[in-house]
Design a binder for this molecule. Structure first.
Ligand SMILES: NC(=O)c1ccc[n+]([C@@H]2O[C@H](COP(=O)([O-])OP(=O)(O)OC[C@H]3O[C@@H](n4cnc5c(N)ncnc54)[C@H](OP(=O)(O)O)[C@@H]3O)[C@@H](O)[C@H]2O)c1
Length: 242
């Protein structure tokens, strides 16, 4: 089956891993992120778009749709991995609250807008999987991370809404909520904090991105297509560990 996968955040730790795995599976990949992956693969296409401003997506609408002129696909996958984490301590200043727009655009609104650009293709292909990467932090409270958590919670709800609207086009939509894993994003977390997270995780380890990549790959399989509108927490039990 010929599959096309549109991946945001493809230049990040998790995004790279998913992109490489899907190219190995012969998917045609359209990677979206600010930085280039410089990949030489005949099935690899990339667009460098800053998702913090939705006008940039609007400007690249036709470029995104060009991928459907290159091939005919039997399945479409949209995997939203792009994410930005900003620590914000109370009390906030005006320019910090202003950052919420950027964070919501990257983490959440860009996803909905990209899906809507692809809507006609989703209908035509009538076989799809949509995955949005959230965070297990939406299941708890956490200091200094209100904008990140709120944007991820909105992402989960939007994904449920998409599941409802796109089910008629044979497209399942789920979010995946990882706990902390080793990556560029988590590299600022201190060793002590990592140890504390590990202690509070029933499976007692901190993983790298490969296990989250495997959850995403599994959710793309046909045998998982009955699952839709769900948030799948992949965190070694951390959310029940306190
Ligand atoms: N690592 C963790 O512990 C953890 C835990 C729970 C959830 N997550 C989630 O997992 C996903 C992957 O995270 P990661 O750990 O692999 O982080 P990462 O290595 O920092 O990757 C983040 C990705 O987001 C993209 N991005 C950020 N700002 C962007 C912008 N303005 N425009 C376009 N793309 C932008 C980056 O691309 P460019 O910089 O090239 O633009 C990069 O590809 C994220 O959604 C994150 O919230 C991570």
């Amino acid at each position: 089956m010929k599959e096309v996968s549109i991946i945001t955040g493809a230049s990040g730790t998790l995004g790279k891993s998913v992109t490489e795995a899907l190219l190995k599976r012969n998917h045609t990949v359209l990677a979206i992120s600010r930085h280039s992956l410089n990949k030489k693969n005949k099935n690899y296409y990339e667009l460098n778009i800053d998702l913090s401003n939705l006008e940039n997506i609007e400007d690249n609408k036709n470029e995104i749709l060009k991928i459907f002129k290159i091939g005919i696909y039997e399945k479409i996958n949209i995997i939203h991995i792009a994410g930005r984490y900003v620590e914000q301590r109370l009390p906030l200043k005006y320019d910090e609250i202003n950052k919420w727009n950027e964070i919501f655009n990257i983490n959440c609104f860009s996803f909905y807008y990209i899906v809507s650009i692809l809507y006609e293709e989703i209908k035509k292909i009538n076989n799809g999987t949509i995955i949005a990467v959230s965070s297990n932090l939406t299941e708890r409270v956490n200091a200094n991370t209100a904008s990140y958590i709120a944007s991820k919670a909105a992402l989960e709800v939007i994904t449920k809404q998409l599941a409802y609207e796109l089910g008629q086009y044979n497209t399942n939509c789920n979010s995946i909520s990882p706990g902390v894993f080793f990556s560029k994003m988590s590299s600022n977390i201190s060793t002590e904090k990592m140890e504390e997270i590990k202690r509070n995780t029933p499976l007692n380890r901190i993983i790298d991105e490969t296990e989250i990549k495997d959850v995403i790959l599994t959710m793309l399989e046909d045998k998982m297509s009955w699952i839709t509108g769900q948030n799948i927490i992949a965190d070694g039990g951390n959310t029940i560990g306190f």
